[in-house]
Design a protein around this ligand. Structure first.
Ligand code: ZN
Ligand code: ZN
Length: 336
């Protein structure tokens, strides 16, 4: 059966100082083989959505519905799909991979040559319903409510992957540069691992928030923490911040860049900043194993993101709030 949905649609990119998403009614086709139709209950707003809406990421579709941190309920399934109607699931940024390229075959599906991204290649969750691949939907524990589960689905999973890419070992000194939706969840995970956490971020509000959540040291975005860092993760879309993080590392330390887009990468001094086997790594997408492992950990440690709810009618405002660092934690579009 086809379904009529309400969706916030992007037809022309540009600065979010003006509204870029328009509310439209759309027809959704019935799910194809392997797919499910999910009635959306909540959809987190990710910085990547902002990059798509503002055109930092090139448009791949003439009219796309953003949103890739979707919590919803399976309301229709193609024959043969192994998910019962009514199952509550989460859907994330990676909406599909080919399963055949060398990266998929090596267990590195985050680097797939032909990935499909939710809310970028295919319509996402700024809508009352969405169609997706059943094997890229994650059943959710009842212990996570809709509003608080949504930000886990990209901000949380990718923040967790960043900790893996950085090679964090329990008990280490770890720096987080930038303190939005992803970093505040990474902080909670790091504390559960007994790490000492330094947070460097612009905006006094975010610094206060980091202190409240138990950061061991808090400073401005290019301030140097008092102790050398074993690992640093940069979340701010700024190359200067990457260089600041490098400057805080011990020998052999790692900076993991958790950003799909950086303003630029500045020149920096090799002798003092990279020599000594320091490393810069980028964090790219996620695997389904990252998602499952993180969602399990989130339940175990009782992770509860700070979240601010917006209605679908206020999707543009939610994007502006993310851009202007106007809220602590995550913005989430919720549906009655
Ligand atoms: Zn692949
Ligand atoms: Zn995202």
């Amino acid at each position: 059966m086809s379904a009529t949905i309400r969706a916030a649609v992007l037809r022309a990119t540009g600065p979010i100082s003006r509204d870029r998403l328009t509310l439209e009614h759309r027809e959704l086709p019935p799910p194809c083989p392997g797919q499910i139709l999910v009635t959306v209950r909540a959809c987190g707003v990710c910085r990547t959505d902002l990059n798509i809406v503002e055109g930092d990421l090139p448009p791949r579709h003439p009219a796309i519905v953003p949103g890739h941190q979707i919590v919803g309920v399976v309301s229709e399934a193609a024959p043969g799909v192994d998910l019962a109607l009514g199952t509550r699931v989460g859907i994330s940024w990676v909406g599909g991979t080919d399963g055949t390229c060398r990266f998929c075959r090596e267990g590195r599906e985050n680097l797939c040559d032909a990935p499909v991204f939710t809310g970028y290649d295919i319509d996402g969750g700024y809508a009352t319903a969405v169609v997706c691949r059943a094997d890229f939907a994650y059943p959710l524990s009842d212990r996570l409510d809709d509003l608080h589960a949504a930000p886990l689905l990209c901000a949380g999973i990718i923040g967790f992957r960043a900790l893996r890419v950085a090679g964090v070992v329990p008990g280490e000194n770890v720096g987080l540069y930038g303190f939005g939706a992803s970093a505040h969840l990474a902080l909670a995970v790091l504390r559960s691992w007994g790490c000492s956490v330094s947070v460097a971020t612009r905006g006094a509000g975010h610094r206060d928030f980091a202190e409240k959540l138990g950061a061991d040291w808090v400073g401005k975005e290019t301030d140097r923490p008092p102790q050398r860092l074993d690992r640093a993760i940069t979340f701010a879309p700024s190359g200067d911040v990457v260089v600041a993080a490098l400057g805080a590392l011990r020998k052999g330390g790692v900076v993991a860049i958790n950003a799909i887009h950086l303003d630029r990468m500045p020149q920096f001094d090799y002798d003092s900043l990279l020599w000594g086997e320091r490393e810069i790594r980028s964090v790219t997408n996620m695997t389904r194993a990252d998602a499952r492992d993180f969602l399990e950990l989130a339940v175990k440690i009782g992770l509860e993101p700070e979240a601010t709810a917006f209605s679908l009618e206020h999707a543009n405002d939610a994007l502006r709030a993310v851009k202007n660092d106007a809220i602590n934690g995550a913005a989430v579009i919720t549906f009655q």
